[in-house]
Design a binder for this molecule. Structure first.
Ligand SMILES: [Zn+2]
Length: 328
């Protein structure tokens, strides 16, 4: 991702402080859910081996095919949502959203939990200082592969639960396309609205209109693998899905990850969860690396050529994976 909304952030900040409940007392220990960060790490390496998963590239297609195969291997029924959305120049961009349904006979009619991450990577490293470097693809270890890697391991765990009959909650795992094609800094043409998150915009309109599945809530993972990751409470999530954000951050604290899932408030961030909340009306929470000490709010490697495996930590993947599994 993406872009932060500074004006709305400044306006919302004081209001939000009032409703944040600080979990300051010592939390009770809860059972640690099964999650294997070695496996999540390998799923990230595997995506990186395709090369940057830039839309309209061979690597992007190969990665999409591989993701479909993986979800099927873990027991999902997989749908491919295809369509077009206008890109930042107004040209039609082909979208391929990958949707894996995990359910059993007993759970198939219950409202589902939506877990999502974008699998595309940004065509431009437009946060690079040197102008010439801004035309390189972002490798996308964190910005793309990390969220997908954790959700593939979640998918594997769901498959295991189905096998030993401990599966209770139907889950849709969605790998969104074209999240990160928002207007590049190097573009000098007319500025358009809503150029980020094209896949989730397509899903929230066309897929939901056609199929109208019922969801309890959703979680989006984006840039969740860095060794120094911090996840403050993102403001659109607080605005649209405060109860679920509270529940997720509370689980994190109980699991011992309260310093990572901290109680600071971030600016509102235009990520896939925004359109899921705003268009589809599904309460959806963004877990995204944000650091108020940086000028952009995002980590130093964000939208640069340095977004590579050297900035992926198994300890962070483990934390995020356990927190997600604790919701299922
Ligand atoms: Zn990005």
């Amino acid at each position: 991702m993406m872009r932060r909304n500074i004006l709305l952030g400044a306006l919302g900040f004081l209001g939000v402080l009032g409703i944040l409940v600080s979990c300051s007392k010592k939390a009770a220990v809860i059972e640690r859910p099964a999650f294997n960060s070695d496996s999540a790490y390998v799923y990230i390496e595997r995506q990186m081996a395709f090369g940057p998963r830039v839309p309209n590239s061979e690597a992007h297609t190969q990665c999409a095919v591989w993701l479909i195969e993986q979800l099927r291997a873990f027991g999902a029924e997989v749908e491919l949502q295809k369509g077009f959305m206008p890109d930042y120049r107004g040209n039609n961009q082909q979208i391929y959203n990958i949707i894996g349904h995990f359910y059993t006979e007993e759970t198939k009619d219950r409202p589902r939990i939506l877990l999502g991450a974008h699998y595309d990577t940004r065509p431009w490293s437009d946060e690079e200082e040197d102008y010439n470097d801004r035309f390189y693809n972002v490798p996308g270890a964190n910005d793309g592969a990390s969220g997908v890697g954790v959700l593939l391991e979640v998918a594997r765990q769901l498959g295991l639960r189905m096998a030993d009959s401990t599966f209770t909650m139907p889950v849709d795992i969605i790998f969104f396309d074209c999240e990160d094609m928002g207007t590049p800094r190097v573009y000098t043409g007319l500025e358009r609205e809503d150029t980020w998150c094209l896949g989730s915009q397509l899903w929230a309109t066309h897929y939901m209109q056609k199929k109208n599945p019922q969801y309890r809530f959703g979680i989006i993972l984006d840039m969740i693998g860095a060794p120094d990751a911090t996840f403050p409470r993102e403001m659109y999530s607080t605005q649209y899905a405060a109860n679920y954000q509270q529940q997720i951050w509370h689980s994190a604290e109980q699991l011992g990850y309260g310093a990572m899932f901290n109680n600071q408030q971030s600016y509102p961030i235009t990520d896939d969860h925004y359109y899921i909340n705003y268009i589809a009306g599904i309460p959806c929470v963004d877990v995204i690396h944000y650091d108020i000490r940086n000028a952009t709010g995002f980590p130093w490697w964000w939208h640069t050529r340095n977004d590579d495996m050297s900035n992926i930590s198994k300890a962070t993947l483990q934390a995020v994976g356990e927190v997600v599994m604790a919701q299922l």
